[in-house]
Structures are given as C-alpha cells and as structure tokens.
Design a protein around this ligand. Structure first.
Ligand code: C5P
Length: 223
C-alpha cells in the first residue's frame, strides 16, 4: 500500500472519567480503540497504533479482534509527541493519515475520502464539518462578539498528508508540542490545506455524554 495511518490512542482521557486511558475504556463490549480499528478493516492502509506504556498487548489484542494488522508503539506526554512517535514507526509509504482513536465511530467511507484526496494530488487534507452552535469570543473582560459561524469549520480526523510534508512539519514543530491539529503544523510551513466533507459519526468521544451517544449508536437495532 502507499498509505499508512497513525491511530493515536495514548491519551489519559481524564475527562471521560473511566479510570483507564480513554482508548481502553469499553463501549458496547469493545474498547474505544477496537471500535476505531474496526473502521479501518478492509481499508488499504498499514496501521500504527500509539498507546500509553503498558497497553501494548491490549492494543495488539484489539487489532486482532478488529481484524486488522497493526504495529504498536508507545506514545508521549502530548498528542503531538504521540504522533511523532507513530511517525518514527511509519515505513516508506507515500501518504500518512493521522487519526484519533477517540473518533471511534469514524466510518470507513471517511477514511477513504481522505485517501482519495491524497491520491488525486492534495498534499494535506482535513475532514471538516460546519459549526452548528453560535460561537462567541471570550476573554478576560467577559464575553465578546459573536463570530460569524458560516466562516467556521470544525476539524475532524483522519487528516491526511504527503508523508514527507508531515515529517517536515513535525521536524519544525518540536517547539509546539501542545498542538492538537496536525494540519496546523503543515500550514505553519506555508502549505495549503484542503478539506473534504467530514462525518457526524467521526465525533470525538471526550465526555461521559459522548460515550453514551457512541454506545447508543453502537447498540444493535431494537435492543
Ligand atoms: O484528549 P483528546 O481526546 O483530544 O485526544 C485526541 C486523541 O489524541 C485521542 O485519541 C488520544 O488518545 C490521543 N492522545 C495521544 N497522546 C497524548 C494525548 C492524546 O495519543 N499524549
């Protein structure tokens, strides 16, 4: 294959409040990581999973249950550190996707849309959705003006990149270890970032309410 995907699953997930790293919390009988990997079954990509130290065997087991082959590496203190760790394991593939395990319900069609955009010539591509809430600025002096939401887009993953470009972005980015958006690092190099339509199902499981929503979506019909 010409494409690798780094699935970052090394976060602690304290906002979920399950007492285990978020990707290893269970929803409807399988871990968040296993659900995320199921979305990659049958997609023509090589998979690198990035996990907290001590969870390597659990990640391999999740991959096996999901029916995918994955190599597993240990991540770092920030998401960017974890992506960098994953990038070191990626081989010679021409394209690299970076995906949050926490977007456990991201459908295969979304992954394929990103890969397709790369194969048709984009060098950096991000799935986006319109913003549905009214958004207002906030600062030390209290609430500020409303931002015209028609000009805003919410970023999802997987984000896709020319592998060389992503490596260059990460080589430059060590100073910004707090970045949570890979495309931002590519943009900082002056590179354009394209978008493809995101998918509502690719929401990030962050809070207990998100986990409940995911579980409801995973529940078999009529149960
Ligand atoms: O915390 P949040 O849900 O925004 O993290 C997004 C993704 O990045 C999650 O899948 C999480 O496991 C991953 N992550 C990571 N290493 C970190 C922090 C977050 O792999 N140090």
């Amino acid at each position: 294959t010409d494409t690798a995907i780094i699935v970052v699953a090394a976060g602690s997930g304290t906002r979920l409040g399950r007492g285990v790293p978020k990707a290893f919390a269970e929803l409807a009988g399988a871990t968040i990581l296993e659900h995320a990997l199921r979305g990659l079954a049958g997609v023509d990509v090589s998979i690198v999973v990035v996990v907290p130290v001590g969870f390597e065997a659990d990640a391999s087991a999740a991959a096996e249950r999901a029916g995918v082959v994955a190599s597993v590496v240990v991540g770092g203190a920030t998401r960017a550190d974890s992506v960098a760790a994953g990038l070191e394991r990626v081989g010679e593939e021409r394209f690299v996707l970076v995906h949050d395990a926490a977007r456990a319900l991201a459908p295969r069609s979304l992954v394929e849309r990103v890969v397709e955009a790369l194969r048709s010539g984009e060098r950096a591509v991000v799935p986006v959705l319109p913003v549905v809430d009214t958004i207002r600025e906030s600062g030390a002096a209290g609430l500020g003006r409303i931002v015209d939401r028609s000009t805003l887009r919410a970023m999802q993953t997987p984000q896709g990149f020319d592998a060389q470009l992503l490596r260059a972005a990460y080589a430059e980015a060590l100073a910004r270890a707090d970045s949570t958006d890979d495309a931002q690092l590519v943009q900082a190099l002056g590179e354009p970032v394209a978008s493809v339509p995101g998918d509502e199902l690719a929401f990030k499981i962050t809070t207990a309410a998100d986990a409940d929503r995911a579980e409801a979506l995973l529940a078999p019909e009529g149960s």
